[in-house]
Design a protein. Structure first.
Length: 133
């Protein structure tokens, strides 16, 4: 995180969800405190594969959204929770899907997690549109 960067506003939600999870890992680089817990892509994907949830924070460029994080988590049956400051408008328009159910401040029940996971996996991972010339 950078001094005076909008991503600092995400810290309260990170801490709130971290406290509610049975177990959790936080990977970050904080240029203010010097903390750096970033891991390799392989280790990160191993964590995603074993996780029930992952929190997607706003990108360093607030006009962008990390569709990779969304797809990777869905591929591994890990429900992405999207921070409310993330810019998802373009992604919603492109896929014709409403992501508001993934923008939450509390962890859903396991039944609701599975329901959301199945719905969004079908929207993003199952080809249902064809592009023809």
């Amino acid at each position: 995180l950078f001094k005076n960067h909008p991503r600092l506003e995400s810290l309260p939600l990170v801490e709130q969800l971290h406290k509610k999870a049975a177990s959790s890992s936080i990977f970050c680089r904080n240029d203010i405190t010097g903390e750096n817990t970033l891991v390799s892509k392989k280790i990160y994907m191993d964590h995603i594969a074993r996780s029930r949830f992952t929190l997607i924070l706003p990108a360093y460029d607030p006009s962008c959204f990390s569709v990779y994080r969304l797809i990777e988590s869905l591929e591994h049956n890990c429900l992405p929770i999207i921070h409310n400051h993330c810019n998802v408008e373009e992604l919603e328009k492109s896929f014709g899907v409403n992501l508001s159910d993934l923008i939450m401040e509390d962890l859903p029940t396991e039944a609701r997690r599975l329901e959301l996971l199945n719905y969004y996996r079908s929207e993003f991972l199952i080809p249902n549109r064809m592009f023809l010339n």
